[in-house]
Design a protein around this ligand. Structure first.
Ligand code: ATP
Ligand code: ZN
Length: 212
């Protein structure tokens, strides 16, 4: 294989900026959004469109050589892959939120509480770091409604503006992780892929510089 394979989100919050980054790097994708795969004429790259959650595994398995994911997903999945570069988009934070009327006076509030999240690994690390014992309820979506329906006392979820929390009667009280999109790589790239990654990275850095 003389091309480098990159995995990006198929649709969602990282899609537009990921495609934009490739375009700004002078890489023209040939196919539309609905395909699993796109080729390009002017750079030896193949683009795979995947769910963001699956990208770290695909990069570990070398199905893709490199990928673009949020740091939140990267650290939650704990796959064997390396961060090469922070990309400056997809900025958000993984935060603890509680009901707006709760009297929150520090992390000790969480002792013995039920916490709903889609990020059990990162939440457990956060609790351990703060020596807190709490019950984690892993749910797959709509985490912000959990306190309102009595499923949890607190949540840990991604926040950017905070308006979703506000609309659900919650307030943000702690930051677990600050996150942005990153470029990740397989740990054992072949010489050709390594060379192409360096070429791509050189362009990414030029684009980032121009954006600042
Ligand atoms: P997929 O279908 O690929 O699994 P998803 O629903 O898990 O998509 P999105 O909501 O599209 O994911 O978010 C993708 C990534 O965008 C997040 O993991 C995070 O890194 C980043 N992001 C930036 N801002 C936000 C935000 N306000 N809420 C959620 N994610 C955000
Ligand atoms: Zn996802």
């Amino acid at each position: 294989m003389d091309k480098i394979k990159i995995a990006i989100q198929k649709s969602g919050r990282l899609y537009d900026d990921s495609v934009k980054l490739l375009k700004d790097c002078g890489i023209d994708l040939k196919n539309g959004v609905n395909k699993l795969k796109a080729e390009c004429d002017n750079f030896p790259m193949e683009i795979y469109f995947l769910r963001d959650d699956d990208i770290p595994q695909y990069v570990e398995d070398a199905v893709a050589d490199i990928g673009i994911v949020g740091e939140n997903v990267f650290y939650e999945k704990k796959k064997k892959a390396e961060i090469v570069e922070q990309l400056g988009f997809g900025k958000c934070r993984l935060s603890v939120a509680v009901g707006r009327s709760e009297q929150y006076d520090g992390v000790d509030f969480l002792h013995g509480k039920k916490i709903a999240t889609t990020y059990p690994v990162l939440v457990q690390q956060f609790l351990d770091k703060n020596s807190i014992k709490a019950e984690i309820h892993e749910i797959s979506g709509s985490v912000e409604i959990a306190p309102g329906i009595g499923l949890a006392d607190a949540i840990v979820d991604l926040v950017s503006s905070g308006s979703t929390l506000f609309m659900n009667g919650l307030k943000e009280v702690e930051t677990v992780l600050k996150s942005q999109a990153v470029l990740i790589r397989n740990e054992q790239l072949g010489a050709r892929q390594q060379q192409l990654l360096e070429k791509f990275l050189f362009r990414i850095r030029a684009v980032k510089k121009a954006r600042n």
